[in-house]
Each structure stands twice: as structure tokens, then as C-alpha cells.
Design a protein around this ligand. Structure first.
Ligand SMILES: O=C(O)C1=C[C@@H](OP(=O)(O)O)[C@@H](O)[C@H](O)C1
Ligand SMILES: C=C(OP(=O)(O)O)C(=O)O
Length: 401
């Protein structure tokens, strides 16, 4: 097993981090591009493996779409293959084949798609045989499992002969990602309405557009955490906007309580340290990807805090609740389940002189625990796991002096 040693560094001078682009925005822009008649100008597409996989599969158009471990790529390409009436097998890593997709597949089948589960009902691999005749336009989908099913259906809606009326049932998780999808669709000339729990998109053409992808706020969160945990330092994160399409920009508000001040100027955000105001509770329903970052930060800076809205964490790249509990335990912090879906982070009581972190095939486990290096020597197992969203992550860690 390959490992990476991070030597203890508790203070650093001002460093500029050339953040990578958002894989969420990139993967949406790529699907919309593939559905547009005419030429779009997409710039700053993500270096993330999830995005590079999307680019390669759309370009080479092989009979089998192997998405590896990319959730959005799996869900968006399933809807895309159906809407463009193609015969495709969709598969991925062993973990991808444990991540549910039944809600999306059943909705596509109701619309008229011919899709079969090749192994276990409700999970990849899938055999998609296109959508020849659209049977209806109104479908209901649960909103509490993954917003990616909803985004996938919305993006194909304009190119279906009858459009789609999507009725969202129950609690909606990751709502900011649905809003991102609709905003991107609007940027490409498509109109929609969202009234109550119904989103309506009529049949219409995507218009060729210039679209520049913003830097990645999920990736930015690890640098906020590093500064929150350090004794001294300043950072400049390039390419971030104050009004972002990305819900993970909520990290600005969270870190305002945990000791990091943000100032937007010079085409990015300047981070400086400020006194910790403290934070008792945060609901991560609409920003699940930064829950690990915040848990590790609190564990290191001594902030006890309640976490809710973590329901989707068990079906991501790994069971992120279990992984957090295990790895926080390595430096004597705890992530306690208090009652259903409420967790309390109990900060570290004693920091060992060296901590070895397992990463569970989850890029966010590796990146979230990096700031531990402000307090101890850290050994990260399988550091290349970051390639899923942020291949240059360790190179950027090297910039910190
Ligand atoms: O649509 C997207 O780009 C994403 C939506 C979220 O997933 P869920 O909707 O499954 O929570 C998020 O966790 C994932 O990293 C990216
Ligand atoms: C959950 C994630 O990605 P996906 O669901 O697209 O695999 C993530 O990047 O944290």
C-alpha cells in the first residue's frame, strides 16, 4: 500500500492555491454540450478524474460506459444514453455497483426508456436500450436519496419530445445541486419553472453558449480547514466567486465561526485567521460534501459541535459516517450518533505524535484529514485517491511552507 508522509507544519506564510475547477459544474456542462445542436465554448473544465472520464466516454462513445467511481458520470450518462436512444452498458467500480440508481432508472422507464438491471435490481451495472417513444411527461421522484437523479432527468428534459414535469416527493437533499443544474440549463438558453414541489421543463433547444467553469468550492474547503487548524498563515484561493452556483460555498459561513475570515477580491478569496466564535450545530443537508472537512476541523481545533443532514453520507464513495468515526478515533476524537441522524463531534483529547489515516477509496477522506499535519505527523494511505476530484491536491500541499 502506497503512503504519503506529511511532516508537521503549524504555521506558514501567505500562499496562493491555484484551485482546480468544479467537477459538478464541468459534468453538467459536458452533458448539456452533448445535447446541444451547434458548438458551445466550454472553458476551465475540471482536471478531476470524474470529469476526464465523462469527456473520454462522450468522445469515444464505447458500447460500455465504465464510469469508474464517478457518481455524477454514472447518473448523468444513464439519462443521456436513454434520451439519445443508444444501446449502452453502464458500469463502474465495485463500490459504484453498491450505490443505488433505482429511483432514476424507474423514472426513465416510466417515461418510456428500456433499461435492465444486469445484476442486482436497483443498482449498476445497467443495460440501457434507449427511449424510443416518450409515454408521458410527468414523473414523481423521491428527493431524499440523491439529487443526482433529479439533475440527470432535468438535463435531458429539453430534448425529450414532451419535456418533463418532475414531482419531487418528500424531503429534498442536496437542493443546491438541483439549483446548480437549473442555473446551468438557463445559461444554455433553456427556461424552466419550479413551483411548490414541481419542476417543469418543456421541450426546447439548448442554445450554443460560452461557459467558464468556476473553481471548486468543495476543494477550497480543505484550505479553509488548514488555516483554521494552523497557528499562523494566510491563503489566497484563486478563481472563486462570492455568488457561486456551488452549495459548498457555505464553507465561507461555517469557517467564519471556526476562525477563518474570507475577503473576495483579485479574482478569488483571501483567507485570514480570526478568533473562533464557536458553532453549536450545522445542518449539512444541502452541502454534504463538506461535512468531513468540518468534522476534522472541529476535532482539531477543540470545537464540540452537532452535525445533522448527513443521511446521504452512507451511500457515497464509502460509508463516510463509519470512515469518519474510525479515523477520528485515531487521534482520540469521536463522532457520536446521539439519536437518529444527529451526530456530536467530540474533539481530540490527546494528539498522538504520529497518525496513520486510512482513506477507504474516498478522495474526501484523504483531503479532509490533511490539516491534521498542523498538529502531528500524518501518514496518508493511498494518497492517489484524491485524483477523483483534485489530482493536483498534494502538489498544492507542497506549496505550503
Ligand atoms: O450533482 C452533483 O454534482 C453532486 C451532488 C451531490 O450528491 P447527492 O445529490 O447524491 O447528495 C454531491 O454529494 C456530489 O459530490 C456531487
Ligand atoms: C459524492 C461525491 O461524488 P459522486 O457522488 O459524484 O461520486 C463527492 O465528490 O464527494
Amino acid at each position: 500500500m502506497k503512503t504519503l508522509v506529511l511532516n508537521q507544519t503549524s504555521s506558514f506564510t501567505s500562499t496562493k492555491i491555484p484551485l482546480p475547477a468544479s467537477k459538478s459544474e464541468s459534468n453538467r456542462a459536458l452533458i448539456i454540450d452533448a445535447l446541444t445542436n451547434g458548438e458551445n465554448k466550454l472553458s476551465n473544465l475540471a482536471e478531476a478524474r470524474d470529469t476526464q472520464t465523462m469527456i473520454r466516454l462522450l468522445k469515444e462513445n464505447p458500447p460500455v460506459y465504465d464510469v469508474l467511481d464517478a457518481g455524477t458520470t454514472m447518473r448523468f450518462l444513464t439519462a443521456y444514453a436513454a434520451a439519445t436512444d443508444q444501446n449502452k452498458v453502464l458500469t463502474g467500480t465495485a463500490r459504484m455497483c453498491e450505490r443505488p440508481i433505482g429511483i432514476l432508472v424507474e423514472a426513465l422507464k416510466e417515461l418510456g426508456a428500456d433499461i435492465h438491471y444486469m445484476n442486482v435490481e436497483g443498482y449498476p451495472p445497467l443495460a440501457v436500450h434507449g427511449l424510443k417513444n416518450q409515454l408521458k411527461n410527468r414523473v414523481s421522484v423521491r428527493g431524499d436519496v440523491s439529487s443526482q437523479y433529479i439533475s440527470a432527468l432535468l438535463m435531458i428534459a429539453p430534448v425529450l419530445p414532451l419535456g418533463i414535469e418532475l414531482e419531487l416527493q418528500g424531503k429534498i437533499g442536496s437542493r443546491t445541486y438541483i439549483e446548480m443544474t437549473l442555473e446551468l440549463m438557463r445559461s444554455f438558453g433553456v427556461s424552466y419553472s419550479w413551483e411548490g414541489n414541481v419542476i417543469k421543463v418543456e421541450a426546447q433547444d439548448y442554445k450554443p453558449t460560452k461557459f467558464a467553469v468556476e473553481s471548486d468550492w468543495s476543494g477550497a474547503s480543505y484550505w479553509y480547514s488548514l488555516l483554521a487548524c494552523a497557528d499562523k498563515g494566510e491563503l489566497f484561493l484563486e478563481g472563486l466567486k462570492e455568488n457561486s452556483l456551488q452549495g459548498d460555498s457555505k464553507i465561507v459561513d461555517i469557517m467564519e465561526f471556526l476562525g477563518v475570515r474570507s475577503e473576495f477580491k483579485d479574482g478569488g478569496v483571501h483567507l485570514t485567521k480570526q478568533p473562533v466564535k464557536g458553532l453549536d450545530h450545522w445542518d449539512f443537508t444541502h452541502c454534504p460534501d463538506i461535512a468531513q472537512t468540518v468534522a476534522v476541523t472541529c476535532a482539531i481545533i477543540g470545537q464540540k459541535m452537532d452535525f445533522s443532514g448527513l443521511e446521504s453520507l452512507r451511500i457515497k464513495e464509502t460509508d463516510r459516517i463509519f470512515a469518519l468515526q474510525e479515523e477520528l478515533g485515531r487521534f482520540n476524537a469521536e463522532f457520536l450518533e446521539q439519536e437518529e441522524e444527529l451526530f456530536t463531534l467530540i474533539p481530540s483529547v490527546k494528539m498522538p505524535s504520529e497518525v496513520q489515516i486510512k482513506t477507504y477509496d474516498d478522495h474526501r477522506m484523504a483531503m479532509a484529514f490533511m490539516p491534521l499535519m498542523t498538529k502531528t505527523q500524518v501518514i496518508v494511505e493511498d494518497p492517489e485517491v484524491v485524483n477523483k476530484s483534485y489530482p493536483s491536491f498534494w502538489k498544492h500541499v507542497d506549496l505550503i511552507k
